[in-house]
Design a protein around this ligand. Sequence first.
Ligand code: ZN
Ligand code: ZN
Length: 406
Amino acid sequence: MTSLRTIALVILAISTFTFIALFGRLPAFRKTPIAFFYRVVWVYFPNSVVYVDSRLLGGRLIRVWNQSGKYILYENHPLVLLFFIGLLAGGEVVFLPAAWPRFASLHYPWVPLVVFMPYFLLYKCVTTSSNITTENHHMEIKRYPYDQVLFHAGYRCSTCNLHKPARSKHCKFCKTCISRQDHHCVWLMNCVGANNYIYFLALLLSLSVLLIYGTCLGYSLLRQTLQEMIPVHIQAEMQGWIMYFNIWAIVIQSDPRIGTVTLLMFMTAPLAMAFLVYHSYLVWAGMTTNESAKWSDWKEDVEDGFVFKSNRGKIQDAQPFIDFNDRPWPVQSDQLLVTDDEPPLDGYILVPGTNRIEYRSDTDMPIDPRWHPVQSMKDIDNIYDLGFWNNLKDSAGISVRRKNCK
Ligand SMILES: [Zn+2]
Ligand SMILES: [Zn+2]
């Protein structure tokens, strides 16, 4: 019982830690304990190690760490990917030979498919690049228009020396700009971007199916073991949680291969499902992980009353809406947004390529009536949001702009 409890606690601790380390920075968790623990993991703990090391060891620990640590933290290395494949394959090698002869025949066609799919999708995620190169740059510039809220035309990546297409981001691990960058995934040793996002979504789905299906199969086999071990009349007398856990601990220990892997699947399934739910939400909202952080900054500015809106028809000196594609993007917006701590006054200048305004000199001019404060994020158009199915099609590389355009 003690060893089983230890294993369960270790798996729970690893799952919780992984969840916080990966998800803690998400805007949804701002001002929650999860964000606090994320900062503990990535900021406070490393800073206190540096402090203690410089005081007690003269910085020796950091020098040693920097030699290996730089590789682990700043290079695109395969260690996490190998750990991931090892966990997947290791679990299957332990579980399947013990469980396969005991499966009901209706599971025989499904189990190989469910086991095979994550490997196939993992391969596609890892090997499909969304890198922006000099060869594909002219196509990438046309992929999305600049919304002039999150992305402005005219910015150049100083490393790649190319104009940044809308929705792209330079990745310091992949050392190149990535088309429709979602995030750099250390599990995949690759960026999740325009060309592999759909494989990434499918991988999350296939892992969730694998873990839930595997948990159900494992549970049904362990129940069989329970029926064989403990007579029915004693089972009927089993009362209370302690008794329940003790009985299951005995069952898992007597069937250790199926028991431990089932426990592992049961405890890691919520992690895969959390990823899947979060990315389904992003598809529904028409944004990438990268953009969700930018939208969250806008949300804070809106809450502080710093965002003002007008439209292009009213503001003559506004930059025109830029769409490099010959056929227009299906969602149009003539909104103009600026951020400032007070409403724009007459005599302001729009700073090109930004959402800022400037004044040439101190001004006591009246408020420009063409601008209104934005009360809620609902008042801001996200032109990249085409609705759930079209967003999904777009992320699969199926062009939605042509068919839907009137
Ligand atoms: Zn770049
Ligand atoms: Zn990357």
